[in-house]
Design a protein around this ligand. Structure first.
Ligand SMILES: Cc1cc2nc3c(=O)[nH]c(=O)nc-3n(C[C@H](O)[C@H](O)[C@H](O)COP(=O)(O)O)c2cc1C
Length: 223
């Protein structure tokens, strides 16, 4: 079972978000997950330039780490996104990755895979950031297992830090279990179906302009 983690903090694995993510990774690995960890400090992803090449050809022409990260994501059974709260959103590094995934979203390229999110904040607003990361993965086609977050004050207090770490470990185990059981989440079903239908209409409408995406949907037997 392959799990890919992508960390969007400029502080890398030793920052607050990377530390909390590390607890999830340890637990997921102990539960049988084969975890590949990527940090956007080492794998640069530049912003989308809106050229639409990905929709036409399936490949982004920009020369950076995106295409190899995308391949790792699509090969995985589960994905964990981790970002600090930057002004009630993800870091710019993580947002660049989201925007570059516009083609994979149209293609529902992680259909029926699994996702979780990890976030840390100096203060408040972290839940919105967690929700945003989970929504992105739902747009890729994933079932979302859950998210964890911690504030700076939590991580500075030994007892609250222990609770945050335990929550991250629980999420790691829950992700592995969901993948093993091919779990579905009935509360997510209606929104998934609605978004899938919206992407289907889009690729049909843009059939001539975006042939790669139309052919992808045909090859999956979804048209
Ligand atoms: C540019 C920037 C914006 C931030 N915006 C917020 C914010 O809106 N709300 C908040 O609670 N913390 C905010 N923070 C604090 C970080 O979310 C917090 O320190 C986080 O734990 C850092 O994680 P890291 O060590 O993994 O980078 C911000 C920090 C930076 C550098």
């Amino acid at each position: 079972m392959k799990i890919v983690t992508i960390l969007g903090s400029p502080h890398g694995p030793r920052g607050a978000t990377g530390t909390l993510l590390g607890e999830l990774v340890r637990a997921a690995t102990a539960a049988g997950g084969d975890v590949r960890a990527f940090s956007l400090t080492d794998h640069k992803v530049v912003p989308c330039v809106g050229c639409d090449a990905c929709h036409k050809t399936g490949v982004c022409p920009q020369k950076d780490s995106f295409n190899s990260l995308k391949a790792a994501m699509l090969e995985a059974d589960g994905i964990v996104l981790a970002s600090p709260n930057y002004i009630v959103s993800v870091s710019a590094q993580m947002k660049a990755l989201f925007d570059r995934c516009c083609g994979p979203i149209h293609c529902q390229a992680m259909h029926d895979k699994y996702a979780a999110a990890v976030e840390t904040s100096g203060g408040t607003g972290g839940e919105e950031v967690q929700h945003y990361m989970l929504r992105f993965t739902q747009w890729l086609g994933c079932w979302t297992v859950g998210s964890v977050g911690a504030m700076g004050a939590d991580l500075a207090d030994p007892m609250r830090k222990g609770q945050a770490f335990a929550g991250a470990a629980d999420l790691g185990r829950a992700l592995v279990a969901a993948i093993q059981r091919k779990q579905t989440f009935p509360a997510q079903a209606a929104a998934r179906q609605e978004f899938f239908g919206r992407m289907k209409s889009l690729v049909q409408y843009r059939k001539d302009a975006w042939p790669y995406e139309y052919q992808h949907w045909q090859s999956r037997g979804w048209l």
